[in-house]
Design a protein around this ligand. Structure first.
Ligand code: NDP
Length: 480
């Protein structure tokens, strides 16, 4: 049994009270490792370490911080296959996805922010005849980073990298459901020369260690990615303490497919945006609106392709979909499918658990599912499912498409398929979303602002937005 450890003050440690939680391999439904069930006292230890390390790290030349972070990134790159195998085992995703997306992106996150900090300039505002203002941007101090299970190392490094690059000391908590690659990262940080106490990784439950991080008075900012309800819980604690908050929350993203689109490309992209990572990406499109002239043709092709998508164990090279992340999550998604039926939806394909053979028989597999016949206001079309389940519906006008797309409490991402350039601009401008992809999906330039509107979050990550978040600006005016 692998024993995952916390990374505090440069050392690997169990929880102070010796408790642990089982960690499951979702592809087989068995426990394969244990993680510390960290509590308040572990957070205290990490905060004390971070407090001692802060003067060293924040005053270190940024070139040196950058060098250490690049060293970490290179060491992940050297062990890419090992990291990808671990991510896939921990999360259930196909190894090919972890190899081509998750781990390379974690490396890019670290390299991107390690170099972005070298180009991060502060502003100055000259006042004629009066003097000049300049903005100092200093690190905040100790910051908390809390991340989810769907893209474990990818989203973990997406937060931690800008926080560290900006000169903060970090107390980070990966999801308890997928702790393995964050643990491997802590081993790499030790090898790469990360100074003690600068970066601390604590494992455990949201309501224990996550809560303790959120409440700690010396942790001055919280960067959180996860569900909207958890975000609300965190905001209720952190906002009255006047902590800086970045919340990247849930989505219920629309895909709008106009009749003038490139049909084959729209179909291929929709397959990906619906079912990549078993539909467990906050950016997946789960409500697909198709203009009526191509509705039947698109539906037929989409259903046929989906029915053929291979659901299998993560190391199977043929697998398009692997296991969903956990048994409770599988049950939640199957419950959403049952609700869709109760609400009058017709399952066009999928709608059930897949039982594989042999050692994978207890794994958590769900057939990709397309549902038709539901109105925009039902729970299925309003609530996040976060699994391989989408609904489809026709529309007749651009106005109707926009009304349908904007009809939820969420506003994270949207996808528009059209060859009409004016329409693409118009629709993009009128969608209530932080991100719009036209004739594409999940194309990411790390310099661009990332985040949602409405109940999908507060603030933006990415590029200089992230460095702004992790620094405190101070205006200095000098009279001429
Ligand atoms: P959760 O909100 O359940 O958990 C996210 C993290 O918060 C986990 O580390 C979790 O720990 C921790 N946590 C839970 N409760 C608390 C608490 N009271 N205080 C502090 N921390 C807590 O989300 P999931 O992990 O289930 O991830 C799925 C969700 O994340 C979806 O809603 C998805 O849309 C969203 N998401 C949003 C993204 C975005 O960029 N907007 C990107 C990716 C996902 P534990 O694991 O122990 O519960």
């Amino acid at each position: 049994m692998i024993q995952i450890k916390n990374y505090i003050n440069g050392e690997l440690k169990l929880a102070k009270d010796g408790t642990h939680i089982d960690n499951y391999d979702p592809s087989r439904g068995v426990v394969y490792s244990q993680i510390p069930d960290s509590k308040k006292e572990d957070v205290e230890e990490a905060v004390a370490a971070a407090e001692s390390a802060f003067p060293i790290w924040s005053n270190m030349p940024k070139e040196k911080r950058s060098e250490i972070m690049i060293n970490v990134a290179n060491k992940i790159q050297e062990r890419l296959d090992e990291f990808a195998a671990a991510e896939s085992l921990d999360n259930g995703k196909p190894v090919s996805l972890a190899t081509h997306v998750d781990i390379p992106r974690a490396v890019s996150n670290l390299k991107f922010f390690a170099t972005a900090i070298l180009h991060y300039a502060s502003e100055s505002h000259y006042m004629e005849g009066m003097g000049v203002n300049y903005t100092l941007r200093r690190p905040i101090g100790i910051v908390g980073c809390i991340s989810p299970w769907n893209l474990p190392l990818y989203l973990f490094t997406w937060k931690v990298a800008p926080a560290l690059a900006a000169g903060n000391c970090v107390i980070a908590k990966p999801s308890e459901v997928t702790p393995m690659t964050a643990y491997m990262l802590s081993e790499i940080c030790i090898e790469a020369g990360m100074p003690k106490g600068v970066f601390n990784i604590l494992h455990g439950l949201g309501q224990h260690v996550g809560d303790a991080i959120t409440r700690h008075p010396k942790i001055k900012a919280i960067s959180f990615t996860g569900g909207t309800n958890t975000g609300e819980t965190i905001a209720k604690i952190a906002a009255p303490m006047f902590k800086k908050l970045s919340l990247e929350l849930g989505g219920k993203n629309p895909n709008i497919i106009f009749a003038d689109c490139d049909f084959d490309k729209a179909l291929k992209t929709t397959m990906l945006s619906s079912f990549a990572n078993q539909g467990q990406i906050c950016l997946c499109g789960s409500r697909i609106y198709i203009e009526r002239p191509i509705y039947e043709k698109f539906k037929e092709a989409f259903v046929a392709k989906t029915a053929k998508a291979v659901v299998s164990y993560p190391t199977d090279e043929k697998a398009k979909l692997g296991a969903v992340v956990s048994k409770p999550h599988m049950e939640k998604v199957l419950g959403c499918i049952a609700l869709a039926k109760e609400e009058g939806g017709t399952i066009l394909t999928g709608g059930e658990r897949v039982i594989l053979e042999g050692e994978y028989a207890e794994g958590y597999y769900i057939r990709p599912t397309i549902i038709e016949g539901l109105g925009p206001n039902c729970r299925t079309n309003q609530e996040e499912i976060f699994g391989p389940v989408v609904t489809i519906a026709p529309f007749d006008t651009e106005e109707e498409a926009l009304e349908l797309a904007n009809s939820t409490q969420y506003g994270l991402a949207s996808t528009v398929h059209t060859n009409d350039l004016s329409r693409a601009h118009r629709v993009a401008e009128n969608l209530h979303a932080g991100i719009v992809w036209v004739n594409s999906w999940l194309v990411r330039d790390l310099r661009t602002p990332f985040g949602g509107v409405k109940n999908s979050g507060v603030g933006r990550e990415g590029g200089f937005e992230a460095l702004h978040f992790f620094t405190e600006p101070k205006n200095v005016f000098i009279k001429s």
